[in-house]
Design a protein. Structure first.
Length: 159
């Protein structure tokens, strides 16, 4: 029982389980890592989600949250899931990448949503399929961040 519950990282490998379905969409993704490599990457990411870090995000999040609540107004119905999903990704772009709301963030949001949707699609590499759109979304995100990273390293905060 200890082998199953305590030492599971030695007995169950994520890469082998997920590579077939997610390897093309998320190469070198956290879910595709095992052992020490996985632990190192999780440790790096964990720094962004400490209590202190989360407390620091709140002032950046509040304006977007307040604007969204005000936009809902006092009547009618909304489809909560798509609105909250879009809002969450928009806030993440601002908090983690310093990108203000606007057309570029909307394009990034759409690319990310297509990429995630492709993870459950049949892997048919045609541009009009969910999988093809996910691959296109991945290319868009890669290109965007390939341009953004050197700008940030040079001290330019413009996205």
């Amino acid at each position: 029982m200890q082998e199953l519950l305590v030492r599971q990282q030695d007995n169950f490998l994520s890469q082998e389980a997920w590579e077939t379905s997610l390897g093309t969409l998320f190469p070198n993704g956290l879910m595709l890592m095992d052992g020490d490599r996985h632990l190192r990457h999780r440790t790096l990411m964990r720094q962004a989600f400490t209590r202190e870090a989360l407390d620091g995000y709140l002032p950046m999040m509040l304006p977007a949250l307040e604007a969204q609540v005000a936009a809902w107004g006092g009547g009618g119905q909304i489809r909560a899931y798509p609105v909250i999903k879009h809002l969450t990704l928009r806030i993440a772009m601002e908090v983690f990448f310093g990108l203000p709301a606007g057309p570029e963030v909307d394009r990034l949001n759409a690319a990310f949503a297509a990429l995630v949707r492709a993870a459950t699609a049949l892997p048919i590499r045609l541009p009009f399929t969910a999988y093809g759109k996910g691959l296109a979304g991945r290319r868009y995100l890669e290109d965007f961040f390939a341009r953004l990273i050197p700008q940030r390293r040079a001290g330019n905060s413009a996205g």
